[in-house]
Design a protein around this ligand. Sequence first.
Ligand code: B12
Length: 211
Amino acid sequence: MPDLKLLYEAVVNGDAKASLAITQQALAEGVDPLILVNEHMVPAMDEVGRRFEANEFFVPELLIAARAMKASLEVIRPLLIARGDKPAGRVAIGTVKGDLHDIGKNLVASLLEGGGFEVIDLGVNVTPEKFIETVNLKQANIIAMSALLTTTMPAMKSTIEALKSAGVRDRVKVLIGGAPITQKYADEIGADGYSENAVGAVALAKKAVAT
Ligand code: B12
């Protein structure tokens, strides 16, 4: 079994080659992919964020750490998706307008697929109009929005308002998440659910389609 502390270090140091190699070895030895993500890779990104705040890291370091995390997620993603069975609902997921962070959103998307949902991934910088179009044209019954910046959080509120103005708010459940989001904020803007992590997102989505 590889030393998984090295996975944490590989992500923090942006060593994509090492991150991928350790991930592949751990998976080959039967380590649960979610343990790799939740106990090693996500804490590594938190450390990267901490160093960025402390001016020890700058944007290039964030980028190479993200690249290392993505290299590992490429091999983990199919395994998470393979856990699912029949579609439980159709989710339109995206990172809100103005925001380019997609690692957390991609993880949520993979776990939702693994949880049996059909996922339409709209990518990053998604406008309210795009969400509405997906509800209308693709009959999505859940909208999942991600935001990582305090400055882009208000785009969640504008999207919910735009859904109301377009007359489709009652056709969808709206779930939100991302590092700066809280339950209090979700309540304030009238979202139907919030979770602080991707595993919780699946539970939320299941609850949303059951009600
Ligand atoms: C990697 C990173 C980047 C990368 C992103 C690469 C990519 N492809 O995503 C790059 C370099 C591009 C970047 C850019 C910037 N970043 Co940045 N970034 C980060 C960093 C280090 C990690 C984010 C991450 O991937 N975390 C790991 C994932 C797995 O966690 P997560 O996204 O939170 O997702 C989990 C949960 O939140 C939840 N979740 C997420 N979405 C959803 C959705 C739903 C529906 C649900 C239910 C749950 C859920 O589940 C996920 C899995 O468990 C964070 C620090 C941090 N710890 O958050 C800063 C951070 C978010 N960035 C920050 C900043 C300031 C920026 C820049 C403005 C920097 C600059 N000066 O240019 C730009 C903004 C660009 C833009 N317009 O978006 C700040 C934000 C501060 C603030 N309060 O707003 C942070 C917090 C760093 C810091 N501590 O200062 N960044």
